[in-house]
Each structure stands twice: as structure tokens, then as C-alpha cells.
Design a protein around this ligand. Structure first.
Ligand code: MRU
Length: 356
């Protein structure tokens, strides 16, 4: 998608380094950063210079490429893969991408390993782009239906950033919105600010603005009243890990939006590529929920009148904080899963029907 009219992807490989858009600087500064070592990749994932399940996966895949550039010793590669997987625990795409790379590289000789690693990382990247595009084409049908019935602007609520900045291109939750907009369907997006990191306000609103899509930032608690007032036609969110039974793990606060949508009879969709499905665990209590630095809660960051990024404390130093980054929305609250292969019920039957 575009930034200031120029097309970008979120990650690419150039001159033996990995280029990323540093998302910790957005929306105030647009900075392209070079990752030169596997440590740089791990750090970019940990500090959220890159974030969003599919992009974390692609960054980890390219991290292994950088690991081979640095040192082609197999024990170094193995250590790198373990450190990458441990860098953020919840989004399954990270482990999925590392496992896929390591499987591909297993038994490959030193002469060929770099090329094969690069090809596989590129395949992961291109596949995600294609899958997100198809998620959009599938989700478009839902928006079209609402638009035809309503004959007015379709109001869509989203949480966190599941936009193109969280993927390679298109996004997951935003892809149907971008496709609808390109087709001339009138859409407006309610953007949850998504405390504490404000991915909604900082990233979703930013990328929608750059594509000329009407959007309004709201506090995380405003969704309920908007739904009661009939100002939300549907919700679409992303996911960091969806279980085979249809339970959806996503950014903290997603669950409350789903409860509110259910209470107000509003369709609640989750958009995901198949790389986000965890077929291995059955119980959501087994999902590792990331607990992040309390400073993300106690401090806010913004730009001052001199265009300088400043961080300030907003509550007493003595106060305790708990910063859980994700929650789980039970399948029963999800209207449907929008995937690259089609839309299905949030259930084992639904998912297995699409992914044999
Ligand atoms: O903590 P983040 O910013 O990596 O969380 C991102 C989300 O929760 C997204 O909604 C998610 O990765 C969906 S996939 C595009």
C-alpha cells in the first residue's frame, strides 16, 4: 500500500541487509531501518519496530537469512532459530515461519544454504501478500452485502492494527476494507486507539489516511455505545493465534468488543491467513499470553510543539501495573473467520472444511 503516494512493502532484502519501516516512529516519522544481524532482527521484533503476526513471521524468516550471512555454522543457525522463537511468545506465525525455514534448510550444504534460505524467506513474504489479498477479496463480499442492503456508508469497527503494516501488504482486517474502497463502496472505519501501545491510533488510522479511507479514532471503551446507537455495521479484527476450535487470540480488548457486538447483534469477523492457525493446541489456556513492560502503561509517547517525540509518565510511580498484551475471544462470539481460502464458521468443522 502507499505512504505519501509511494508504494511500499513492510519488509524487503537489499545488499545483504533486511529493510524495515520502523513502526515505533510512526506516525510522526517515516524511517526505513536496516537490520544487519540476527540480533538486529530479534531486537526489532522485541521492541516492536516490526509487529503484527504475519510481519513478525517474515522478519524471523529473514532473521535466519541474516544469521547465515553472519555465520554459516549450523549450531549458530539453531541458536538463532531458538532465540527468534523466544522473542515474542503469542503470535504463532513466528514459530511457524522459523520451523518452515529450518525444515527447508535441514541437510543443505554450506555452498547452497544462503540462496535456499533467501528463496524461502521470499516465498513466505510473497505467500503472505497473496493470502492477505485473497482475505480481502473474500471479506469484500460481506461488506458488499451490507452496502447493498443499507444503501449508505458501511461503518466498520476494528481493534489494534491488523493493517498492511502488520503484514507484508493489504493487511488482514483491513484488506476487505481496502478492496471495498477500491471498488467504490463507501466505508468508514471506527479505529480503537488500542492502549497501551496505541497501534490503532498510531498505525491503523495512519495507514487508512494514507489510502484516503475515512476513519475516526475512538477510545477503546467507546465501541459499546457506538454499537448500541447503531453506528457500527460490522467488526473485523485480526488475530495472533487462532485455535482449531475457532477460539481467537488477539490484542487485549478484542474480547470485550466481541461481547459487545454479540449483545448488539452486530457481526464480528476475524481475518487471518492460515499461518495464524495453531492446529497443535486445543485449549486456549495453553496459549502463552505475552506480558509486556509496565512502562508501556505508565508512560505515553507523543510529539511536542517542537516536533520532538517525548515520553511522559501518567500515573504515580508507586502504582502497580499489569500489562497483558493479548486476550482470547471464544469461538461462540465470532460470526466467521475470513481466510485466504474463503469464509468459515469459527469451529474445527469450519476450519477443517477449508484446510484439509
Ligand atoms: O502487539 P502487536 O502490535 O504485534 O499486535 C498485533 C495484533 O494484535 C494484530 O491485530 C495481529 O497481529 C493481527 S494480524 C495482522
Amino acid at each position: 500500500m502507499k505512504i505519501e503516494g509511494k508504494s511500499y512493502k513492510t519488509i524487503w532484502f537489499e545488499n545483504n541487509s533486511v529493510k524495515i519501516i520502523d513502526q515505533t516512529k510512526l506516525p510522526h516519522q517515516f524511517v526505513i531501518k536496516s537490520l544487519k544481524t540476527v540480533k538486529d532482527s530479534i531486537n526489532a521484533i522485541k521492541t516492536m519496530e516490526v509487529r503484527g503476526a504475519p510481519l513478525i513471521g517474515a522478519t524471523a524468516a529473514y532473521g535466519l537469512v541474516l544469521s547465515i550471512v553472519e555465520n554459516s555454522d549450523l549450531s549458530f543457525l539453531k541458536k538463532s532459530s531458538e532465540e527468534l522463537i523466544a522473542s515474542r511468545p503469542t503470535a504463532i506465525n513466528l514459530k511457524w515461519a522459523v520451523d518452515r525455514m529450518m525444515k527447508k534448510l535441514n541437510g543443505i550444504n554450506e555452498k547452497d544454504i544462503l540462496k535456499i534460505a533467501l528463496d524461502e524467506a521470499k516465498a513466505i513474504k510473497e505467500e503472505d501478500e497473496e493470502f492477505c489479498k485473497n482475505i480481502g477479496l473474500n471479506g469484500l463480499k460481506i461488506i458488499e452485502k451490507i452496502s447493498n442492503k443499507k444503501k449508505d456508508t458501511v461503518n466498520i469497527l476494528t481493534h489494534c492494527n491488523a493493517g498492511w503494516l502488520a503484514t507484508i501488504d493489504w493487511g488482514t482486517a483491513t484488506s476487505p476494507i481496502y478492496h471495498a474502497h477500491q471498488k467504490g463502496i463507501k466505508v468508514h472505519v471506527w479505529v480503537d486507539e488500542t492502549r497501551p501501545r496505541n497501534q490503532g491510533a498510531n498505525l491503523t488510522s495512519y495507514e487508512l489516511n494514507e489510502e484516503g479511507i475515512s476513519n475516526t479514532v475512538i477510545t477503546d471503551n467507546a465501541g459499546g455505545i457506538l454499537m448500541q446507537r447503531g453506528q457500527v455495521d460490522m467488526c473485523i479484527v485480526g488475530t495472533d493465534r487462532t485455535l482449531s476450535n475457532g477460539d481467537v487470540c488477539n490484542k487485549i480488548g478484542t474480547y470485550l468488543k466481541a461481547l459487545s457486538a454479540k449483545d448488539n447483534n452486530i457481526p464480528f469477523y476475524v481475518a487471518l491467513p492460515s499461518s495464524t492457525i495453531d492446529w497443535s493446541i486445543k485449549d486456549h489456556k495453553q496459549i502463552p499470553i505475552e506480558e509486556r513492560n509496565p512502562e508501556e502503561l505508565s508512560h505515553v509517547e507523543g510529539i511536542d510543539e517542537n516536533n520532538e517525540i517525548k515520553k511522559i509518565r501518567i500515573y504515580p510511580q508507586k502504582s502497580k501495573s499489569l500489562n497483558l498484551a493479548f486476550d482470547v475471544t471464544p469461538a461462540k462470539l465470532v460470526t466467521g473467520l475470513i481466510t485466504e481460502k474463503g469464509i468459515c464458521e469459527a469451529s474445527e468443522k469450519g476450519l477443517k472444511g477449508l484446510f484439509k
